[in-house]
Design a protein around this ligand. Structure first.
Ligand SMILES: *[C@@H]1O[C@H](CO)[C@@H](O)[C@H](O)[C@H]1NC(C)=O
Length: 257
């Protein structure tokens, strides 16, 4: 899992040393870079700016100060001769960067929220195919996700398009992948979603035509409907017959008393 995004969002401790005298501005920009949860590639960089110009930088990969202007080069020389400063700056990789990253990772780095996946029919984008399936994943975290399509077990790459991972603005993301297709009878179309919140890829199946079990259900349902109609029709006839008899009875009784 990449943690670069995390670094950008949370781990950029901007340390400004602002000397606001007559509009001149000097500041220091300290940052940590890592692309791995193990943080073995962690780099600490500290840049010094005067107005908008970077004149001095310490990069832990390089290991010493580098100056970019006359005054910057003089300062770099001076700092690089400091027997205590360089080990201290190099130590920032562990002391400052890894320490902060561990803390932030414990807040968000290992948190995952499962996507809610919906497979639906949609209007195709082009005239090449009569149908389009849309596989939508909602409310997942982190951002990284993979949505792939399979037709009868074969991975499909053509006629597939997808949105980016769209930020909902509340730490959650959504993505929509489309497969334009011409339906084939009995074919099984699958949308496979891979996400850190799943132990293994998850399949979401679209049945293009009704399989055997579904057909049987429909047949049983239809038979049930016919039987129901017959029973209710018989009941109605019986009711009308008996209710007429019952209505007539008092009339007969009244006339005889
Ligand atoms: C730090 O130094 C390394 C090695 O020269 C370089 O690849 C990297 O881009 C530098 N990082 C920054 C932020 O300048």
């Amino acid at each position: 899992m990449s943690c670069s995004e995390l670094i950008c969002a949370c781990l950029l401790p901007l340390v400004y040393l602002v000397l606001g005298v007559d509009g001149y501005c000097q500041y220091r920009w300290i940052r940590c870079y890592s692309n791995s949860m193990t943080m073995t590639d962690m780099v600490f960089v500290e840049s010094y700016f005067y107005n908008k110009m970077e004149f001095l930088v310490f990069n832990s990969t390089v290991g010493w100060y580098v100056g970019y202007s006359g005054v910057g080069m003089r300062l770099a020389d001076e700092k690089n001769r400091d027997k205590l400063l360089l080990p201290f700056e190099r130590g920032n990789v562990d002391r400052f960067c890894k320490f902060s990253a561990t803390m932030y990772n414990s807040y968000v780095g290992d948190k995952t929220i499962e996507p809610r996946v919906k497979l639906s029919l949609a209007k195709p984008f082009s005239d090449n195919h009569p149908g389009m399936l849309m596989c939508s994943a909602y409310n997942f975290y982190p951002k990284m996700i993979r949505v792939t399509w399979y037709r009868d077990g074969q991975k499909v790459t053509s006629d597939v398009s997808s949105t980016e991972e769209l930020a909902d603005g509340d730490w959650f993301y959504q993505i929509h992948s489309h497969l334009e297709f011409t339906p084939k009878p009995g074919e099984k179309i699958t949308c496979v979603v891979e996400h850190a919140s799943f132990k293994e890829p998850r399949e979401f199946v679209w049945e293009s035509s009704m399989p055997e079990a579904e057909r049987n259900k429909v047949a049983i349902g239809a038979a049930g409907l016919v039987l129901g109609l017959v029973v209710s029709a018989t009941g109605l006839l019986y009711y009308r017959k008996t209710s007429q008899g019952w209505m007539m009875a008092p009339v007969i009784t009244a006339s005889t008393s």
